[in-house]
Ligand binder design. Structure first.
Ligand code: ATP
Ligand code: MG
Length: 157
């Protein structure tokens, strides 16, 4: 996975993603935290990460149209979290979520997909030397988060 590293504002990227997803629907995306965070990363890959996470938050929330996105940073990392108020995930399934082709109750639910989005998302974040994780409550919602290093020397090795 080759990266094309440039410097850009990840908050701006996230605003663009929300606009794109909302073009034909009416979700309530609430952005919280910082107004601008300049990072060194692969813009298109991080855009893909956000589309995957926000897309999942929308898809797996039939009972809610609210998605909360929080962005903050310290000297070392920027942290982005995407919280939804949807179906949630059984804690037993959490360890498998980032596996290739894995889908919770693949044959039992009404949501279509390939089970590739989170696999690709985790690959992209790991390639940037970041971390990714999730906490979730069945029936209440999920919170997916990732970090990316602020220092370009951590990104390009
Ligand atoms: P696609 O390849 O189109 O993204 P997908 O959405 O099924 O298909 P992933 O994005 O990799 O695949 O997600 C894997 C599985 O994790 C999903 O099938 C779903 O069961 C579960 N999942 C992912 N995000 C959420 C979420 N926000 N809320 C509840 N379940 C989720
Ligand atoms: Mg998906």
């Amino acid at each position: 996975l080759a990266l094309n590293i440039t410097r850009f504002d990840i908050v701006d990227l996230i605003r663009d993603c929300c606009d794109y997803i909302n073009y034909n629907s009416e979700h309530e995306f609430k952005l919280m935290g910082e107004e601008e965070v300049m990072i060194f990363a692969d813009y298109r890959r991080i855009y893909q990460v956000m589309i995957n996470l926000i897309g999942n938050a929308v898809k797996y929330s039939p009972q809610s149209n609210r998605v909360e996105i929080t962005i903050y940073h310290d000297e070392e990392n920027v942290t982005v979290s995407v919280r939804d108020f949807g179906i949630g995930i059984n804690p037993e399934k959490l360890p498998h979520l980032f596996d290739r082709y894995y889908r919770v109750d693949a044959f039992g639910h009404q949501f279509s997909g390939l089970g590739l989005g989170l696999y690709i998302t985790a690959e992209i974040i790991q390639r940037h030397n970041g971390k990714i994780g999730v906490d979730s409550n069945l029936g209440a919602g999920s919170n997916f988060w990732f970090t990316l290093p602020m220092d370009d020397r951590m990104v390009e090795q």
